[in-house]
Design a protein around this ligand. Structure first.
Ligand code: NAD
Length: 420
């Protein structure tokens, strides 16, 4: 975007272009539309860390609040070698639409640190996390902005963030992050929430198509939090998981992988690669195998103009954020592939994060069965709403989901007016 050089990146261009299209469909007034194109505020920090070998390395970190019309901001923290300001800003915008679509009282935010967590020791990661938290201290808080785990971060990262924030306040503040370990204020069912949400959305999609998930052939890219939970649940429910991959490679068995045995293998080997009883397959080839359901649950831009033509899945459920580029989306549409978009499909994580935040503010915790029932209800309702809009407006599910998400935020802006 020539008018936003600070955020120049492919992902940001895509996010803004998507907003522009939806704004036109919704006939948004110009003032509201242009306000939504910009993040509310963005912070860049440098993070010096003493590494184990005695050197000091400096990492770049970001935290972006895209929109606060519906409430405090919410969004994950990502540790990855590709993190940049444009990507974080685009992801923050997606979070705004996601929270709005799911009916949560939040605006969207995102954070990131450019680093390679796999190559760092636990002590180095702790130092990085604590210093990053200190640098963004004024940007976060239980009624301001509430981070959560994302790619490359986990419960431990959130515990360090919560502890660092709490130390500066002189009291425990569990509500400052979500996705914490249960012992220090986390919620039952948070770890599984995103994967679970994907499966609930798939159930509803199958129901809308008059089909069932049992026996469906499934391929999953990424065997981390999201891909792993989705794989286990779908496997238990009778789907045939033919292929799974992680950053080191993939495994394939057309009769179906034994996910429990695969879990045992990953515990030992640290990767799915080399799993006995399956053939090796590259990440590249994995995506192009014929299947009923493809779940990209790793990183962004995996389905692009140069491979979309060869994708032979009937349904794509976006576990990852932004796994499909707009060019690929157009190709998939002409091939009749049903794409269930990220803002809907992977929203289970932020929904249970919301439950965790509410529980933390009240110091009153719910049973896992309550969490699961409420999550299923919210996911199913959101899918049905998006499905109905897509039929009524004759648009794909991504456009329908964004229309629903953007509309609520735009309405909130109109009601609140423009300060001063
Ligand atoms: P994770 O770090 O737990 O797991 C990521 C998995 O992807 C790992 O198995 C890793 O080996 C694999 N991977 C990484 N790069 C890859 C590549 N180039 N090719 C193939 N596999 C690769 O992360 P996660 O929490 O499972 O997140 C995965 C995706 O889901 C991200 O895009 C994230 O933004 C999105 N997401 C996560 C949550 C959540 O609650 N964790 C919520 C919404 C969206």
């Amino acid at each position: 975007m020539a008018d936003m050089p600070e955020f120049e990146s492919e992902m940001h261009r895509t996010a803004v272009a998507q907003l522009d299209q939806v704004a036109e469909r919704l006939h948004l007034d110009h003032e509201t539309h242009i306000r939504l194109r910009y993040p509310r505020r963005a912070l860049v920090v440098s993070i010096p860390v003493r590494m184990d070998d005695g050197r000091t390395e400096v990492f770049m970190g970001y935290r972006v609040h895209h929109n606060t019309a519906l409430g405090p901001t919410k969004g994950g923290l990502r540790y990855d070698a590709d993190v940049n300001m444009g990507e974080v800003t685009a992801l923050a915008m997606l979070m705004t639409w996601k929270c709005s679509l799911m009916g949560l009282p939040y605006g969207g935010a995102k954070g990131g640190v450019r680093c390679t967590p796999r190559g760092m020791s636990k002590r180095e990661l702790e130092s990085l996390t604590r210093r990053y938290t200190a640098e963004i201290m004024l940007f976060i808080g239980p009624d301001l902005d509430i981070p959560a785990p994302d790619l490359g971060t986990d419960e431990q990262t959130m515990a360090w963030m919560m502890d660092t924030y709490s130390m500066t306040q002189g009291r425990s503040v569990p509500g400052v992050v979500t996705g914490k370990p249960i012992l220090v204020g986390g919620s039952a069912g948070r770890r599984e929430a995103t994967g679970r949400g994907i499966v609930y959305v798939l159930y509803q999609a199958a129901h809308s198509l008059g089909e069932e998930l049992k026996g469906k052939k499934v391929v999953i890219q990424g065997f981390g939090n999201v891909g792993g939970v989705a794989a286990r649940m779908l496997w238990r429910d009778g789907a045939v998981i033919q292929g799974i991959s992680d950053f080191q490679g993939g495994v394939w068995n057309s009769q179906g992988l034994d996910i429990r045995a695969l879990d045992e293998h990953v515990k030992e080997a640290g990767t799915v690669a080399g799993f006995p009883g399956a053939d090796a397959i590259s990440n590249h080839d994995l995506l192009e195998q014929p299947c009923d359901i493809l779940v990209p649950a790793a990183t962004g831009s995996q389905i692009r103009e140069d491979n979309a033509d060869r994708i032979r899945a009937k349904i794509i459920v976006e576990g990852a954020n932004g796994p499909t580029t707009p060019e690929a989306d157009a190709i998939l549409r002409t091939h009749g592939v049903l794409v269930i978009p990220d803002v809907l499909a992977n929203a289970g994580g932020v929904v249970v994060s919301y439950f965790e935040w509410v529980q933390g503010l009240q110091f009153f915790f719910w049973k896992e069965s309550e969490i699961i029932a409420r999550l299923q209800e919210i996911m199913t309702r959101a899918f049905t709403r998006v499905w109905n809009v897509s039929k009524k407006e004759n648009v794909d599910l991504r456009t329908a989901a964004l229309m629903e998400g953007v509309r609520r935020v735009a309405d909130a802006h109109q009601i609140r007016g423009l300060y001063p």
